[in-house]
Each structure stands twice: as structure tokens, then as C-alpha cells.
Ligand binder design. Structure first.
Ligand SMILES: [Zn+2]
Length: 212
């Protein structure tokens, strides 16, 4: 049977790459059958920016809406995956050259970052591809509502502040930590469901692409 759904979510597990100053991920058993417990019960302690996650304006703006207040419609619907395999930093010029059809609301960037996900257990990679400020402004100007990228930040390492501020102030929701290795360029339906954390700036999400 042909697979219609592509899971572009990173597996959450110890040993996955995490941001250098991140508290990362820790699972532990609070009850364990193998140790005489009545059940198995896990405690999860994680940085909500580890793995695949959605972030909204509260990440950079103190009185902005939280991730649970972002309309669900933004996370569900048509999405375009674009291939940018040769760039180290995505610029407005790179995006202009794609000659995208008008009216795109959700745009996912598939870069050489996705190659890194051939191995989920690896150390953090500093030289990942991200958007420049000009690309962020381009996205805002095109009235795109959701963008996704295939590494842990939408901007290159140590260049996150201005890029995030442009996007989040411009009404763009950011989806980070996608694995687009198995999702070639083209049109999909995206199903992205962030965990309903109340009052937070970001939330882990399961993200599926359905071939159209
Ligand atoms: Zn983040």
C-alpha cells in the first residue's frame, strides 16, 4: 500500500541533538513494573523547543498571544514544501527565484539540514541552514501564516533574534525541527497539532504531511 502520510516529526528520545544551552529531554519512571510497581508511569521533563515544535509571538514579545491561542486553522490545510538544497542561508533573493504561486499560506523549507536526520542520535550541528532577515521580511510581506524548517531554529545559529522578531511580529507562526528527508518538494496537506500547553510560548507538535 502506498504511504499517503509522511511523518515529518522528530522522534523525542535521549541522544537527539539539542540546542547548546537547552535543558533537553529527560524521561524517568515514577512507577515501574520491573521494579515492583503496579504500573509503568513516565515523568517527562523537557525543553519545549527540543524536537519538533511550534512557536508563537510570546517567544519574543512579552504580552503577545501564547501558543494555545493561535487559531488551529493555521496548522491545518495546504502547505508547500520547497527544496533549497544548495544554500547555507536562505535569502529573500532565493525565495524570489522560486516563483511561488500566489496565495501560499504555509511554506516548508527543505534544505540540506534534512540530510542530518539520516541519523537522529547525533550532537548539535552549528552550521545548519536558516532564514536571513531579508527572507523573514519576504515571508511577512507575502502574508504567509506558517513556515517550517528542517532544523532546530528558523534562523542560522546565533542569528535568531532579528529573524524571529520579524516573523513573530509579522504574524507568522514558526514550526521548527521538521524532518523533510522523505517529503520531496510539492504540495501537501499539513496536519500539525501542537500540544495544548496553556500560556506558553512554544509547544511540541506532531506533524504529518498528506500527499495531494
Ligand atoms: Zn524554538
Amino acid at each position: 500500500m502506498e504511504k499517503r502520510f509522511i511523518d515529518v516529526t522528530l522522534p523525542i528520545d535521549k541522544g537527539m541533538p539539542i540546542w547548546p544551552d537547552s535543558t533537553g529531554i529527560n524521561f524517568s519512571w515514577t512507577h515501574c513494573l520491573n521494579k515492583g510497581g503496579m504500573v509503568n508511569l513516565t515523568r517527562l521533563d523537557m525543553d519545549v523547543h527540543a524536537g519538533t515544535h511550534v512557536e508563537g509571538p510570546l517567544h519574543y514579545y512579552a504580552n503577545a498571544i501564547s501558543v494555545d491561542e493561535i487559531p488551529l486553522e493555521i496548522f491545518l490545510g495546504r502547505a508547500l514544501v520547497v527544496d533549497l538544497p544548495a544554500v547555507d542561508k536562505i535569502t529573500a533573493n532565493d525565495l524570489e527565484k522560486l516563483s511561488l504561486p500566489k496565495g501560499i499560506k504555509r511554506l516548508l523549507f527543505r534544505t540540506k539540514n534534512s540530510e542530518l536526520w539520516k541519523d537522529f542520535k547525533q550532537s548539535f550541528y552549528e552550521d545548519f541552514v536558516g532564514l536571513s532577515s531579508s527572507a523573514a521580511q519576504w515571508v511577512v510581506d507575502k502574508k504567509i501564516k506558517l513556515i517550517g524548517i528542517d532544523y532546530l531554529s528558523v534562523a542560522n545559529f546565533k542569528q535568531g533574534r532579528s529573524v524571529h522578531k520579524i516573523l513573530l511580529n509579522g504574524g507568522v507562526v514558526v514550526l521548527e525541527g521538521l524532518n523533510l528527508l522523505m517529503a520531496p518538494a510539492g504540495e501537501y496537506e499539513i496536519i500539525c497539532l501542537p500540544v495544548k500547553l496553556i500560556g506558553r510560548e512554544a509547544s511540541p507538535a506532531r506533524v504529518i504531511l498528506k500527499k495531494l
